[in-house]
Design a protein around this ligand. Structure first.
Ligand code: AR6
Length: 178
C-alpha cells in the first residue's frame, strides 16, 4: 500500500526489514544498545559484528540510548548506509507517557536520517513486540507522526515494514483513516 505525503511516498509492506534496500534501516532497540531478540536480533545477525562494535562505542561515549531517542551506526552487511537505533517505550497501560515516547522514536529517527542525508528510511513496528504496545494504537501514532514530520524533511520514501499480514492490515487501516 502506498500514500503520497507531499514529496514523500509512504510505503507499507510485509517483509523482513533486514532485506530492505534503503539508506537507513530503523532498529527497535533497547537502551543498552547491546542487542536483543525480535527485529534487533535479526538486524545484528544479518548486519554482522560491525554494528555492535559501533553501538559499544556510543555506549562508552553517552551510556546507552534513552527511551524515545535515536542513535546511528553503520549498517555492516545490510543493504543500507545506516542503522538508526531507537528505543521504544515498554507498554505499562498507557498512563506512563507511552504515546509521546513512541511518537518521539519516529520523530527523532526521521530527523537523524535527514541529518545523515538519507532519502529513504525503513521502520519496523516499534514497541509492538516484546514491549507490548497495542498495535492499533501504535500504528496510529506511527502514521500520524510520519505524516506530520516528512513535509519538513527531504525524504523520497518512508517504508513501514510489517512482519505479518495481520500487522500489515492494522497499519493499512491506520494509513487509510489518517
Ligand atoms: N523485520 C521486520 N519486523 C520484524 C522482524 C524483522 N526481521 N523481526 C521482528 N519484527 P520487537 P519491541 C517485528 O520485539 O517491541 C528486543 O529484544 C515484530 O513482529 O522486535 O520494540 C530489543 O532488544 C514486531 O511487530 O521490538 C528490545 O529489548 C516488531 O518487529 C525489545 O525487543 C517489534 O517487535 C524491543 O521490543
Amino acid at each position: 500500500m502506498e500514500k503520497q505525503i507531499g514529496q514523500t511516498q509512504l510505503i507499507l509492506k510485509i517483509g523482513d526489514i533486514t532485506r530492505e534496500e534503503v539508506d537507513a534501516i530503523v532498529n527497535a532497540a533497547n537502551s543498552t544498545l547491546l542487542g536483543g531478540g525480535g527485529v534487533d536480533g535479526a538486524i545484528h545477525r544479518a548486519g554482522g559484528p560491525e554494528i555492535l562494535e559501533e553501538c559499544r562505542k556510543i555506549r562508552d561515549k553517552q551510556g546507552g540510548c534513552p527511551t524515545g531517542e535515536a542513535v546511528a551506526t553503520t549498517a555492516g552487511r545490510l543493504h543500507a548506509r545506516y542503522v538508526i537505533h531507537t528505543v521504544g517505550p515498554v507498554w505499562h497501560g498507557g498512563g506512563h507517557d507511552e504515546d509521546r515516547l513512541l511518537a518521539s522514536c519516529y520523530r527523532n529517527s526521521l530527523a537523524l536520517a535527514s541529518q545523515l542525508k538519507c532519502r529513504s528510511v525503513a521502520f519496523p513496528s516499534i514497541s509492538t513486540g516484546a514491549y507490548g504496545f497495542p498495535i492499533e494504537r501504535a500504528s496510529q501514532i506511527a502514521v500520524r507522526t510520519i505524516s506530520q514530520e516528512v513535509p519538513a524533511l527531504d525524504l523520497t520514501e518512508v517504508r513501514l515494514v510489517l512482519f505479518s499480514s495481520a500487522d500489515f492490515e492494522v497499519y493499512t487501516r491506520a494509513t487509510t483513516r489518517s
